[in-house]
Write a protein that binds this ligand. Structure first.
Ligand code: ADP
Ligand code: MG
Ligand code: MG
Length: 199
């Protein structure tokens, strides 16, 4: 079973991964965006890790809703409200339970991903974080490792796509041939989940 401490460790592992990959994320965003995705998420997840260390919410749901609120208030770019909504809605769907199993997390995460789709209007194939999040949510019903692999494959599959949402869509056909930064960071989030579960 997954308790509040598990969810705090997941968020801390995400912050570590984002720190490590910040330059790469910004490089990807400089090709089809405004070169700030790495610094946006670094600022956001550093703040998330700090508030979770200070407050230590008692339930999985409270950990994720606090993390989501923190992202929304610290990240100015499109990814802040989108990741914030993902975590807040997933947390809300987990309710007040002190512990949840993977199956329950998978259902809650799918609700969170659906909320991101509602907020941003992106569907599969639009070359956004949804291209990693949707297959991850589906695969999380079977295993953590499968979800991480599906997210990474989804991020890689954004390379030949033309962006239809977000800044990259302004480039039209020139967005083709580059991996989407948000799909890449979404894969880091799900990889951090799988690593936390494997510990
Ligand atoms: P900004 O584009 O405001 O600078 P970031 O660089 O932090 O924000 O994040 C860009 C990423 O956000 C994109 O690579 C994409 O994955 C994601 N994104 C942008 N717009 C949307 C949207 N409408 N729906 C889903 N994801 C989106
Ligand atoms: Mg950007
Ligand atoms: Mg920006």
């Amino acid at each position: 079973m997954l308790d509040a401490d598990f969810f705090r460790r997941w968020m801390a592992a995400t912050a570590t991964a984002v720190d490590r990959e910040a330059d790469h994320l910004t490089e990807l965003d400089s090709a089809i965006g405004d070169a700030d995705h790495g610094s946006n998420l670094q600022r956001g997840f550093t703040a998330v890790a700090a508030v979770l260390e200070k407050d230590a919410p008692a339930t999985p749901g409270a950990v994720l809703t606090l993390a989501g609120r923190q992202l929304i208030s610290t990240v100015g770019g499109a990814s802040g409200p989108l990741y914030g909504t993902l975590l807040r809605r997933t947390g809300k769907a987990l309710g007040e339970a002190a512990e949840v199993d993977r199956d329950r997390l998978a259902r809650a995460f799918a609700e969170g991903v659906a909320a991101v789709g509602q907020l941003g209007g992106a569907q599969a194939g639009d070359k956004t974080m949804m291209d990693a999040l949707l297959p991850a949510a589906e695969a999380l019903g079977s295993s953590f490792r499968g979800a991480a692999d599906a997210a990474r494959a989804g991020a890689g599959a954004t390379v030949p796509l033309q962006a239809r949402k977000g800044r990259a869509s302004y480039l039209g056909e020139r967005s083709i041939g580059h991996q989407d930064p948000g799909a890449t960071s979404a894969a880091l989030l799900v990889e951090a989940l799988a690593e936390t579960a494997a510990d």
